[in-house]
Design a protein around this ligand. Structure first.
Ligand code: NAP
Length: 249
């Protein structure tokens, strides 16, 4: 049952975001599901909301493109009006447009930067202001092992995910005094549409390097996010937790 706290998860119409939304609903949070568009709400977000409500909490979809500051601003206003507070923010929305650096178009670089990197700035700044007034809050940013180690063919993506780590550590230092804890998770290869799009040959090659010999499940990332949003993580801030089945060690 709800304990009257609200979690806002970006890009929660499917994949990791949907798994995080359901897990935090199970933990008792009211859930604000950010959907990129009306279509992603109809084709995924509405169902995620329905599944969250089965845990006895409130859940609703809010449409906004996280790369657009004004859309983030009006979404956050609507979430506040609907739920009263925003206690957890999970910056999950992300895209890939892979390619080797020398072949990468400016458009591919800008698109990934705008969603993955600027989106986290938009949301963290605006929700940070709400949490500062509340004098409490948790923010969990979804980075990637590509941001920790780099990854050939993902110059734009790795840069955005490394940038998220810098933003996590800086926000943790700036906002701690207001009772706000900021951490990141850095997943490896997790079974979602994003990795489904990879060629089978590449997937088999990657699995050879994962000591657990399989991709992770979205629920295995959601569990760590749940921990970081919960009482047991009350003295953890500025950290990056790698969730990759021992791929990158
Ligand atoms: P996914 O299945 O492709 O889902 C991405 C989600 O982000 C979708 O809900 C998508 O909405 C949403 N989104 C895209 N652009 C957006 C925008 N401008 N504004 C708001 N929402 C937007 O990807 P995923 O695998 O779940 O990835 C989730 C996060 O985990 C990403 O940040 C990704 O980089 C990170 N990650 C994933 C893996 C992995 O192996 N899967 C590993 C490391 C990190 P639509 O449905 O409208 O497209």
């Amino acid at each position: 049952m709800s304990f009257n706290k609200t979690a806002l998860i970006t890009g929660a119409s499917r994949g990791l975001g949907a798994a995080v939304a359901k897990r935090l609903a199970e933990d008792g949070f009211n859930i604000a599901i950010n959907c990129h568009s009306e279509n992603s709400m109809k084709n995924g977000g509405d169902l995620v909301a329905e599944e969250c409500r089965k845990f006895g909490v409130l859940a609703e979809c809010f449409v906004a493109d996280v790369s657009k500051y004004d859309q983030c601003e009006s979404m956050i206003k609507s979430v506040k009006e609907k739920f009263g507070s925003i206690d957890c923010l999970v910056n999950n929305a992300g895209i890939t447009k892979d390619g080797l650096l020398v072949r990468m178009s400016e458009e591919a670089f800008d698109a990934v930067t705008n969603v993955n990197y600027k989106g986290v700035f938009n949301m963290t700044k605006l929700v940070g202001l709400v949490m500062m007034r509340q004098k409490s809050g948790r923010i969990v940013n979804v980075s990637s092992v590509a941001g920790v180690n780099g990854n050939a063919g993902q110059f734009n993506y790795a840069a955005s995910k490394a940038g998220i780590i810098g933003m996590t550590k800086t926000a943790a230092k700036e906002l701690g005094i207001r009772g706000i804890l900021v951490n990141a998770v850095a997943p490896g290869f997790i079974e979602t549409d994003m990795t489904d799009a990879l060629p089978d040959k590449l997937k088999d090659e990657v699995k050879r390097h994962i000591s657990i010999k399989r991709f992770g499940k979205p629920e295995e990332v959601a569990g760590v996010v749940s921990f970081l949003c919960g009482q047991d993580a009350s003295y953890i801030s500025g950290q990056v937790i790698v969730i990759d089945g021992c791929l990158s060690m």
